[in-house]
Write a protein that binds this ligand. Structure first.
Ligand code: A3P
Length: 299
């Protein structure tokens, strides 16, 4: 294990959503699992898969409750840390941090999911546009916020996308460094990179791959239940189990959170120049191999 160049935390990250310092006080266990993404990239889907693998295909595993977003500022770490410390099952935690703002354990297992930035923005826009007053209140008014508040978006998704691209992740957090930092550690033995498109194209194959990586045996009699419970339709129907606070942050309820589950909705709205601007930025930020992976999942 000492042969590897383990990532070291080199900075903290703070914004309306995030406080990375919680990881400094988190006590790792050797079998911890960390699900990492930039956001809107299939995080919940992966949590559902892990919940199904750990609990043998049991219906209605409360993954939102069990698998907290550790670096989200709410509830504060004084509440969140004792709750995860009290968990007796194998823990699976969620993060949206780049690797260099995390405390990295050589023993925990990390699953990073990539999704094309254009699909991520389409998903975020729906999440952000439909969020209710309570969402803004909780994010902006919980004490300890560093940086500006998050405001409601303008009702033009193309403008939202162009501003996100121009201001690298605005009004969320930087995009390219997130992808790049995880791509750089992809060969570590405890890191597995999975693409949203791979999960869509071959969910059974990816679930098996995840189970192998996490060393969780699957009982043949549980397989059909696991597949059913990880399907989009099932997850949409049971979205209150996987969505923070059962979906109370969206007036449309948890179904807003599990929205459409498809890629490429941006093709109807972005102009060829917009697409070219995104693709050339991806190339310059990520390099050819990583940009190709992010777009397609191909390696
Ligand atoms: P859309 O908003 O494009 O529909 P995250 O959990 O990281 O926030 O990602 C949310 C995205 O994952 C949403 O995308 C949601 O629909 C999609 N998703 C969640 N469960 C899914 C599933 N079982 N199959 C396909 N997509 C799923």
């Amino acid at each position: 294990m000492s042969d590897h160049n383990w990532p070291q935390k080199s900075r903290e990250m703070h914004n309306h959503h995030v406080d990375s310092t919680i990881w400094n006080d988190f006590q790792f266990r050797d079998d911890d699992i960390v699900v990492a993404t930039y956001g809107k990239s299939g995080t919940t889907w992966m949590q559902q898969i892990i919940g199904q693998l750990l609990f043998d295909g049991t219906a209605d595993v409360e993954i939102a409750e069990m698998s907290p977003w550790l670096d989200l500022r709410v509830p504060p770490k004084e509440v969140k840390l004792p709750a995860v410390e009290a968990q007796e099952h194998r823990r699976f935690l969620k993060t949206h941090l780049p690797v260099d703002a995390l405390v990295f354990s050589p023993k925990a297992k990390y699953l990073y999911i990539g999704r094309d930035g254009r699909d991520v923005v389409w998903s975020f826009y729906n999440h952000h546009l439909n969020a209710n007053a309570m969402w803004y209140e909780v994010l902006n008014d919980t004490p300890g916020r560093v940086g500006p508040p998050i405001e409601p978006p303008r009702e033009d998704i193309r403008e939202y996308f162009l501003e996100w691209l121009e201001r690298d992740g605005f009004p969320l957090w930087p995009f390219w460094e997130n992808i790049r930092s995880w791509w750089e550690v992809r060969d570590l033995p405890n890191v597995e990179m999975i693409h949203f498109s791979e999960m869509k194209a071959d969910m059974p194959g990816q679930i098996q791959r995840i189970a192998d990586f996490l060393e969780i045996p699957i009982r043949p009699e549980s397989w059909d239940k696991i597949l059913l419970h990880c399907s989009f339709d099932y997850m949409k129907e049971h979205a209150t189990k996987s969505t923070p606070l059962g979906g109370a942050f969206w007036d449309g309820g948890a179904q807003v959170f599990v929205n459409k589950g498809v890629n490429g909705r941006w093709t109807e709205i972005l102009t060829p120049d917009d697409v070219a601007a995104y693709e050339s930025r991806a190339l310059s930020e990520l390099g050819e191999d990583c940009a190709k992976w992010l777009e397609t999942g191909a390696r």
